[in-house]
Design a protein around this ligand. Structure first.
Ligand code: SAM
Length: 236
């Protein structure tokens, strides 16, 4: 199915921040991008920062903690009273022995690394940042969103990359998304995780979805489409 994902320049989001944050330089706390496969680039982190600056979310949710690098980035940049919920799979659910694709093989490797290394970036963080992070050890397929219904202003979907998981994580993200909040998918247009692109493209037939050029991020931001499209048009 061919979708209608709209590709925007990163500066569309940067302009949105500039229009809101005036009279001071726009700053954030960045970490060196790690060498692990599947980690965010500096530009992708800057795009998450732009969402944070516009939305000022109190609760943020991340599917896929891995080493916790992005969890730490989010925790360092949200408001003092903010909380980052980050979910990853427990050891007992990692049992796959054979793979049908490169993507499944890489996902398995990421799960193994995740359970072996236990969010080591979070462990290394200073106490006040650690205190803003809530780790959830749960298979996202069985995770219940009931305690976070409509409460999260920024949701980052970056867990398992198989269609069944992306579909379920997206559904759960929508249940948790607060008014004015944004749902961001990672690995859109990835060479390896092609299911993400297929899912998002198909989803865009009935939902407004944007892809940020030079990144593997796509997002859905209900209610913000007119402003995004207006900035997109003048920044072509
Ligand atoms: C690409 S990594 C996440 C990277 C992380 N968000 C970052 O930016 O550093 C994907 C993570 O999703 C986790 N994962 C895969 N399938 C999952 C599932 N069904 N439930 C929860 N976590 C899952 C893996 O264990 C892995 O740690």
């Amino acid at each position: 199915m061919s979708g209608k994902v709209i590709k925007i320049k990163p500066k569309v989001l940067i302009k949105m921040v500039e229009e809101r944050v005036t009279g001071e330089n726009i700053a954030g706390e960045f970490l060196m991008p790690p060498s692990y496969i599947g980690s965010l680039t500096l530009l992708e982190s800057a795009m998450l920062l732009a969402f944070i600056k516009v939305i000022r979310p109190i609760k943020v949710f991340e599917f896929g903690t891995f080493m916790g690098h992005t969890s730490v980035f989010l925790a360092r940049n949200i408001d003092e009273n903010g909380v980052v919920y980050t979910l990853d799979i427990p050891c007992e659910d990692v049992d796959r022995k054979s793979f049908d694709s490169k993507a499944e093989e890489v996902d398995h490797m990421l799960r193994l690394q995740s359970v072996e290394e236990q969010a080591k970036c979070i462990e290394k963080e200073r106490d006040e940042i650690k205190a803003k992070i809530v780790r959830l050890l749960c298979n996202s397929l069985t995770f219940s969103t009931s305690e976070l219904t409509k409460q999260c202003g920024l949701i980052f979907v970056d867990g398992g990359h198989e269609t069944e998981i992306i579909k379920s994580d997206t559904q759960k993200a929508l249940e948790m998304l607060s008014e004015g909040g944004v749902l961001v998918w990672h690995d859109y247009n990835s060479d390896v995780f092609t299911d993400v692109t297929e899912f998002v493209d198909a989803y865009s037939v009935e939902h407004s979805i944007f892809h940020i050029a030079h990144t593997n991020m796509a997002f859905m931001w209900p209610g913000m489409e007119p402003e995004l499209l207006a900035l997109h048009d003048v920044n072509q």
